[in-house]
Design a protein around this ligand. Structure first.
Ligand code: MIG
Length: 803
């Protein structure tokens, strides 16, 4: 982290407003020290631009998707200010000194530039400073270390391969200059659309303000109005694009390892072991060792002499194969990627016109310039070759910061400082941070062509705001430590709030040696990561669960099995994330915005609106403190209930992760399967009584990119003496396999009566009785659960229990 003294001197402010002009929803402010343009883009999005010279932007944005919505805007002129207002905001522009004050619909100030000026120039760069109004919490910022709340911290956006990072390291692999300001229960957001080495300061430098700055490039930022945190995330992802909807198998467990493959058995035996040990898994991941000495789009024929036959043997066991691709192309005459790229002029070059040569796993390496569309199309077209060898519709893209200097000592020699773009302008300063975004776009397009009509799954290490349109992410080289186990929570929560719902950290830790206890605890947590993969470094001990003794193995099996049992819930949440941007894994503050006890809470989290997970994060612990927000919570293991708000120390022996369900929950579940292509049978809904709620279950074939899908909405409306569940008529063209609907209403005394569609349903004496007729019901006294089974005919139904 940089010290205060290292900050550049600032040289002049934008000054005083001398002239204002309006054209539709665009307001131009001519000032003494520059000019500013304010655009009301949508009811909840305001764009602010400023410049010292004529142009606001020299280059198109990489991050935004051209979103706007018509919005009625009023203006008022006062002696000292111009006021622009819409339904959700009031923006005051002070004339004596260009200063913005933003008020929300309740007319409270939620953001204010420093009185000395909101825009300060510094060389080619700028800084925008906003007054700390008191009690702010800051969230978002993409993939960053530290805890959930960023108050008092400072970050740089500079995509960096830092394999030695810890819970305080910055910068890291990705750059998302977006953050949420949350104060007194009200949220708004700021996104600085600038790809240079931007900085965000949340009061480290001076506790009286927070700021964002860039050494160059456009001053172009967006304000997103809340008041909900979820509103801000929805608006941000309208502007930068909704997250891609990953195929269902990508939500399954994955097994990976950085290793040298001596023979196919090295992979096949792990796959067989997963099946023999009944640890569900969808995907075997191949790291760089599968390639012919790291030449991208090749196979090491000595090990994988017939890739198609190899992938088929895995397919027969129910596994998909996902392979890694690095951006760098080995410099070697006669290698098709190199020859084609050189001929067409597709690689990054130096000022003097020679190729830029870096050093990666393949040795000397050249880099495709992904900022050009023809280069993206060329690179993407190579995925046909992988598709032909039977790999899944996916790509794991690594080293795309780009990381070109794996050997520290050679860093200077291979530095990218004099690389230029195709117009001969310095490349690194402006384009480094979007290199991975361009690569993800290239790969997405390539996979779309190679697998027509299917949804690709891309996993990227690096990225820039907007990459969620193409890819999921993992947090790179973490380590097998308890600190990193915890760190994965705030990192993934903030990624989720930054538009990236599909994210995960390497289960077990990548670097260093894990222990049976750490691995078990990591599986308990990692089985809830949206992206859930065991991965480890070539230099660390092997990390397959059965190598750590029976206890650890059974924890891994139970954890992963539970994820598969919940797969229908995860899948529906993934669908929601892709249309709204609302993350799958959520900080409590997203769900309980009015409860200050949740504002910095990053040792527990929610999966969707209903399920709260409180993993054990300390070595040797067999209990932990859990915070329960207001309302009733049911313990997953015992179905006993706890009334919030309160903090409680709960038991968490080695084989148990504390998990709670909120009263009102309706959670779609299914039979535990070994991979997500297996039929999960009856649609089993766990109903935890209390209040009102709805849940939509989304279903399709799991991979296709078409309208063949369906959605069924379940609603609960319960009081102390009755539980009513309504099932809406199924919408959409997809028809699930024949099955029953099973409601399991938990935590109940025996109901006085059970009714389906107004008719009384007999209570069977045994669970087997459920098979006799439809509808049927059975009360399980030992588990205080009422089972109700009916045919899933796609029609609407109403189930009422009188308690
Ligand atoms: O510098 O492909 O973060 O997951 O196993 C190492 C080998 C390159 C870094 C990735 C890691 C992967 C490894 N890669």
């Amino acid at each position: 982290m940089r010290r205060y003294a290292e900050y550049p001197e600032l040289n002049g402010s934008i000054g005083k407003v001398i002239h204002v002009q309006r054209d539709a929803n665009i307001f131009e402010f001519q000032c003494t020290g520059g000019k500013s343009r304010i655009t009301i883009l949508a009811p909840r999005i305001i764009r602010v631009q400023a410049t010292q010279d004529d142009e606001y932007r020299r280059y198109e944005s990489f991050a935004t998707v051209g979103y706007s919505e018509p919005v009625p805007v009023e203006e008022e002129d006062h002696e000292d200010r111009k006021v622009i207002s819409g339904e959700h905001f009031r923006l005051e522009v002070m004339l004596n000194q260009f200063v913005l004050r933003l008020l929300d619909s309740s007319r409270s100030v939620i953001q204010e530039d420093l009185p000395s000026g909101g825009v300060v120039w510094s060389g080619n760069g700028f800084e925008c400073r906003k007054r700390m109004l008191g009690n702010e919490h800051f969230y978002g910022t993409g993939e960053k270390a530290h805890g959930l709340d960023k108050r008092g911290l400072h970050y740089e956006m500079w995509n960096t391969d830092n394999g030695d990072h810890d819970s305080k390291t910055d910068p890291l692999y990705q750059s998302i200059p977006f953050f949420i300001v949350f104060r007194e229960g009200v949220a708004h957001g700021i996104f600085l659309d600038n790809t240079y080495r931007t900085e965000l300061d949340f009061g480290l430098r001076n506790p009286s303000y927070y700021s964002f700055s860039a050494p160059n490039g456009p001053l172009d930022y967006y304000l997103f109005l809340g008041p909900r945190i979820s509103d801000v995330v929805e608006e941000y992802t309208s502007l930068t694009g909704k997250p891609c909807f990953v195929p269902r198998w990508a939500l399954g467990h994955q097994q990976s390892r950085f290793m040298e493959y001596r023979n196919e058995e090295d992979v096949l035996s792990v796959a067989r072991n997963l099946r023999n040990h009944r640890i569900p898994c969808d995907t075997m991941v191949l790291d760089i060792g599968y390639m012919n000495e790291c030449r991208v789009f090749t196979w090491d024929q000595k090990v994988f002499s017939d890739p198609k036959a190899f992938t088929s043997s895995l397919a027969r066991m129910g596994f998909k194969v996902m392979t890694i691709i690095d951006p760098g192309v080995k410099l070697e005459d006669g290698y098709f990627m190199y020859d084609e790229g050189v001929r067409a002029g597709y690689f990054l070059a130096k000022e003097n016109g020679s190729l830029y040569v870096g050093l990666v796993w393949a040795g000397e390496t050249v880099f495709p310039d992904f900022s050009r569309s023809e280069v993206r199309a060329w690179f993407g077209s190579k995925y046909k070759m992988l598709a032909d060898s039977g790999t899944s519709n996916s790509s794991w893209i690594d080293m795309n910061e780009p990381s070109n200097c794996i050997y520290d000592k050679l860093k200077d020699e291979y530095s990218m400082v004099d690389v230029v773009d195709c117009q001969g302008n310095p490349w690194e300063a402006r384009l480094r941070n979007v290199y991975a975004l361009g690569m993800a776009q290239a790969v997405f397009g390539g996979l779309k062509d190679a697998f027509p009509g299917k949804r690709p799954f891309i996993l990227t290490r690096s990225g820039f705001a907007g990459y969620q349109r193409y890819a999921a992410m993992w947090t790179g080289d973490n380590h097998s430590t308890w600190d990193m186990l915890w760190l994965s929570i705030p990192m993934l929560l903030n990624l989720g709030l930054s538009g990236v719902p599909f994210c995960g950290a390497d289960i077990g830790g990548f670097g260093g040696d894990t222990t049976p206890e750490l691995l078990a605890r990591w599986y308990q947590l990692g089985a809830f990561y949206p992206f859930s993969r065991n991965h480890s470094d070539i230099r660390s001990i092997r990390q397959e669960p059965w190598l750590f003794g029976e206890e650890a193995e059974s924890v891994a099996r139970d954890s992963v099995s539970f994820r598969y049992l919940l797969m229908r819930y995860f899948y529906s949440l993934a669908k929601t994330a892709s249309t709204s941007g609302i993350p799958i894994m959520r900080p409590l503050v997203l769900e309980f915005q009015d409860d200050p006890a949740t504002y910095t809470l990053d040792t527990q989290f929610m999966i969707g609106p209903f399920l709260m997970v409180a993993p054990v994060l300390e070595e040797g612990a067999n209990s932990r403190e859990v915070y329960f927000p207001r309302g009733r919570w049911y313990d997953l293991w015992t179905d006993t209930s706890i009334e919030g708000p309160q903090s409680l120390r709960v038991d968490a022996p080695f084989d148990r992760i504390p998990v709670y369900l909120r009263a009102g929950s309706i959670i779609p579940t299914g039979r535990i399967v070994q991979n997500t292509d297996e039929d999960q049978g009856d649609l089993v809904l766990w109903v935890y009584p209390g209040g009102t709620s709805t849940t939509a279950v989304f279903e399709d074939d799991g991979v296709s990119d078409n309208e063949q899908s369906c959605e069924t909405t379940f609603a609960q409306d319960s009081t102390d003496d009755r539980v009513v569940v309504t099932i809406d008529k199924r919408k959409g063209r997809w028809k699930p396999a024949e099955r029953s609907l099973v409601l399991e209403v938990k935590g109940l005394t025996r109901p006085k009566s059970v009714e389906a569609d107004g008719k009384r349903v007999l209570q069977e004496k045994t669970v087997a009785g459920l098979e006799k007729r439809s509808p049927s019901s059975f009360y399980d006294l030992a588990h205080k659960t009422l089972h109700m089974k009916l045919k899933d005919d796609g029609n609407s139904h109403k189930i009422s229990l009188v308690l």
